[in-house]
Each structure stands twice: as C-alpha cells, then as structure tokens.
Design a protein around this ligand. Structure first.
Ligand SMILES: Nc1ncnc2c1ncn2[C@@H]1O[C@H](COP(=O)(O)OP(=O)(O)O)[C@@H](O)[C@H]1O
Ligand SMILES: [Mg+2]
Length: 253
C-alpha cells in the first residue's frame, strides 16, 4: 500500500534517510520507533509528499507520490488523514471547527451531516463537551485529542499518527490505542504510527520498525521485535523494562 524504495533525504547537510526501503501492507498498523531527530516525522511527511526524496521514491498503491503533480497529487493526498506531531490546530477556530475542516474542504457533505460527524468524532476522543472552545482554552492533552479527531473525521483509508500519545496520561494513551485498533478492525484503516510509547507499539503494531542512523535497522512483528539482538533495539527495549527473553520485567541493578 505504501512503499519506500531506497529513499534518501538530505536535510541540514546530512542524510536523514539513507536508502530506506519498506512496505506498509493494506489494513495493517505499522509502527515506527527511534530516538528524537532520527527522521520519524520526516518519514511520515514523505508519505504525503510534504517532503520529496533526493533519491529513490515513495509509492502509494503502486503509484509514485514523489512524482505526482497537480490534481493527481491532490487525489493521492486525499486518501490520508494526518495527526501532526504538534497537533497543528488553527488557533482562531473552535475545536469543532478545526475538526470540521477536512470535511468542509474535501467532501460534499451537507452542513447537518458535517455537524453530526464532528459531534460523533469528538465523542470518540472524549471531547464531546469542548467543541465550542478555542485551542488556547484547553490543555495540551485535549489539543492532542482534537488533532486526533481531525485526523480521523473523514474516515480516510490511511491515517498517519505522529506521536499520538506523547504527553498524555496512561489511561488516555490506552484509549487512543483502542481507537487506532478499532479503526483498523472496523473500517480496515491502514495506519502508520510514530511513537516513543513501547506499550502502544507492542499492543497496536502488526510490525514495529526502528530507524537509526538513516537506516531502518529492524522491522519485525512485536514478538520478534522484543527479541531483536540489535544493540540499538535492545537499548530502547531495556529503557522500558523489556529483557532479552522478551519478558516485561523491571530490571533491578
Ligand atoms: N524542514 C526541515 N529542514 C531542515 N531540516 C529538517 C527539517 N525537518 C526535519 N529536519 C531535520 O531532520 C532530522 C529528523 O527530523 P525529524 O524527522 O523531525 O525527527 P524525529 O525522528 O524526532 O521525528 C532532524 O535533524 C531535523 O533537524
Ligand atoms: Mg518527530
């Protein structure tokens, strides 16, 4: 469904992505982990052509989005919902108006239908009583959930989530995991999730990939990922109490 073929991207004088290849299958939740600044957001942005590879290409359903132009590019982008890392809400619109935006811009739904869909989606993320507020009047966690509502409101077939649970409490984080999993199960949505949250990664990911030094150094199902022998993967796992046997244990020195 989404394929990276040997993608190299230079930013700030270095290859942030250095010949990266992988394939996200239709209907799967594909998780990307890795340290800060390693290129996770840059990877997501290539999927909707907010970045273009210097070498290689990105294909969506077999068609190059890296080379698409004009209305064809617009059409390809319309298949995606996107939760940006910072939430990226428009400050001058209310929460409900922010969530309605993709429906107003990209669908022919009537105003009544839009209001109904916005109400339902706000309820899904626990913001049913906050639609009338402006982003500055709600907490960071609520802004995150509003961004999430905007990403899923159109029921796009592919949703990209950039750190959907960062800065949220564990209970809200698990609710967001359940939401992502529910969209896969009930609507067949394909998701790509960038996260630092190992709990999320293991519970929603069909496969987990790790970026390091411009390369995808691991890409495996959760049960294999936790047994990876790559030192960078081990360091990531051990920082979150996963041992070599793949068991979730507190390591007491
Ligand atoms: N628009 C940009 N211009 C120049 N450098 C960028 C840009 N976006 C990201 N970078 C650089 O690319 C690297 C990877 O960034 P990013 O993908 O945001 O990291 P993360 O894995 O934390 O999401 C960083 O070194 C960042 O400074
Ligand atoms: Mg990022």
């Amino acid at each position: 469904m989404i394929e990276f073929r040997n993608v190299t991207k230079m930013l700030g004088g270095r290859a942030v992505l250095d010949g990266v290849s992988f394939h996200v299958e239709q209907g799967e939740t594909f998780v990307i982990v890795g340290s800060s600044g390693v290129g996770k957001s840059v990877t997501l942005k290539h999927m909707v052509r907010l970045f273009r590879p210097d070498e290689g290409e990105v294909l969506v359903d077999g068609e190059s989005i890296s080379r698409a132009t004009g209305s064809r590019l617009e059409k390809m982008r319309e298949q995606f919902g996107y939760l940006f890392q910072g939430g990226a809400l428009l400050a001058w619109l209310t929460v409900a108006e922010n969530v309605a935006l993709p429906l107003r811009e990209k669908t022919a739904l009537s105003n009544d239908e839009i209001l109904k869909r916005v109400r339902e989606t706000l309820k899904l993320v626990g913001l049913e009583n906050d639609g009338h507020k402006h982003p500055s009047e709600i907490s960071g966690g609520m802004q995150k959930r509003a961004g999430l509502a905007r990403a899923i409101v159109r029921q796009a077939r592919i949703v990209l989530y950039d750190e959907p649970t960062s800065g949220l409490d564990p209970v809200t984080s698990r609710a967001i995991d359940a939401l992502i999993e529910g969209m896969r199960r009930e609507l067949g949505v394909t998701s790509v999730v960038v996260t630092h949250d190992l709990h999320s990664a293991l519970s929603i990911g069909a496969r987990i990939a790790m970026l390091h030094g411009g390369k995808m150094i691991e890409c495996a199902a959760p049960e294999d990922f936790v047994r990876s022998s790559r030192p960078e993967v081990r360091a990531f796992l051990e920082s979150q109490f996963i041992t070599k046997r793949g068991a979730w244990e507190r390591i007491i020195q």
